[in-house]
Ligand binder design. Structure first.
Ligand SMILES: NC(=O)c1ccc[n+]([C@@H]2O[C@H](COP(=O)([O-])OP(=O)(O)OC[C@H]3O[C@@H](n4cnc5c(N)ncnc54)[C@H](O)[C@@H]3O)[C@@H](O)[C@H]2O)c1
Length: 363
């Protein structure tokens, strides 16, 4: 089964292909029929180890020369220093403006590679081949690219849409379970802000052997998530309004990631805790949820941080450096009810601390 979703933003239109074993066909549909002189590839180190021969074969069919750079795993690669190394790789090899940059990996490689494509020669054609569940359902869609700064996460970046996204679920065969659960957080985010049915579809993750779930079910779930994101991004490409809803849980999550120096908590784990905190804050500011749909997924998460090592003051301080903040007060995406997100300013720090405390009880 092969699904194709059209993403029509103001600045650019493109397709996202979703399916199993679709890489060669999707490349065929994307790249020009005559061989391209050079193709530049940025690839996550682990994906290289597991999948290079098949990727190499699929790409060699389209070019005379493949130039490749590996990206070490982890948030540390989403840095200005590593971005600069990518620039050396591209520019010293005389990349040209019409040469596609193919970015293969999870959200880290995708955000870094997207930013490199946006900035080298003021813009190279970008092809995303996401290889984590998180990157398939979220980070490869919508054009947010960037790197981190000591002052906070994703503080340097741009909006830059790809030419194509190819989400081939065969790559997920080698994805560690923990990374599947990271992707689940963003899937649950779409359920919370937009589509109640996703909570039920996501129950496949509660089964012990979820990695061998029916590929058709998985492809449908990924497609549903991409459609939600595409729909929001089409209405608000540059986050002047409703795109902010996609940040449900993320203001808390980014503070947690920063407090953990980006190494003891993953983005997905932080987003799950962040959504718990955002749900708590929604209740503390007047919402009333008859059911807690996130609850049944809690046991899937295991954390390497403990709450004793986190200070509420520090976490709240980190939220002040989040780039979504426009005034001096903190804004949060909260829920009036499930699937009814709203942006609220919360001035009472005690309420924010209470929301944190309840979520951090998970640690
Ligand atoms: N741009 C956006 O809109 C957006 C949205 C959400 C998240 N993000 C960003 O995405 C990043 C997180 O992305 P992620 O969760 O994909 O993490 P990641 O890119 O760090 O990948 C997670 C791990 O999986 C490994 N890996 C990737 N594909 C694999 C495969 N097929 N088989 C085996 N191992 C594989 C990687 O080497 C890494 O160790 C964060 O930096 C976050 O800020 C961006």
């Amino acid at each position: 089964m092969n699904r194709k979703i059209h993403v029509r933003t103001q600045s650019h239109q493109y397709s996202a292909h979703v399916g199993q074993n679709i890489l060669s066909d999707a490349l065929e549909a994307t790249l020009p029929s005559q061989s391209i002189d050079e193709l530049f590839v940025l690839i996550d180190d682990n994906v290289f180890e597991h999948h290079w021969p098949e990727i190499d074969m699929a790409l060699q069919a389209h070019t005379n020369q493949l130039l490749r750079m590996k990206v070490p795993e982890g948030e540390k690669s989403k840095s200005v220093e590593f971005w600069s190394e990518v620039m050396d790789f591209l520019l010293n090899n005389k990349v040209r403006r019409n040469t596609p940059l193919i970015v293969i990996g999870g959200g880290v490689t995708g955000d870094l590679g997207g930013f490199a494509a946006a900035t080298a020669l003021r813009g190279l054609p970008l092809i995303h081949i996401p290889t984590t569940l998180l990157a398939m359902v979220d980070s490869s869609i919508g054009g947010k690219t960037g790197v981190n700064h000591d002052a906070g996460k994703n503080l340097i970046g741009s909006f830059y849409q790809p030419e194509t996204v190819i989400a081939d679920t065969r790559f997920l065969d080698t994805l560690p379970e923990r990374e599947w659960i990271n992707g689940l957080s963003e899937i649950l985010k779409y359920a919370a802000i937009s589509d109640q049915n996703i909570f039920r579809q996501a129950e496949i993750f509660l089964k012990k052997d979820f990695k061998s779930a029916d590929p058709v079910v998985l492809i449908e779930l990924i497609t549903t998530c991409i459609k939600i994101k595409a729909d929001i991004v089409e209405q608000d490409e540059f986050e002047g309004g409703i795109r902010a809803y996609l940040n449900f849980g993320h203001t808390f999550a980014h503070a947690l990631e920063k407090a953990s120096r980006y190494n003891t908590i993953s983005h997905g784990e932080a987003v799950f805790l962040g959504m718990l905190a955002a749900k708590n804050l929604s209740e503390l500011t007047g919402s009333n949820f008859a059911e807690d749909y996130l609850d049944k997924f809690r046991s899937l998460y295991t954390y390497r941080v403990s709450k004793e090592n986190l200070s509420l003051d520090e976490l709240t301080q980190h939220m002040h450096s989040d780039k979504k903040r426009t005034g001096k007060d903190l804004n949060f995406v909260l829920l009036k009810e499930w699937q009814h997100p709203v942006v609220k300013t919360v001035k009472d720090i005690q309420l924010i601390h209470q929301a944190w405390s309840a979520a951090l009880n998970e640690l």
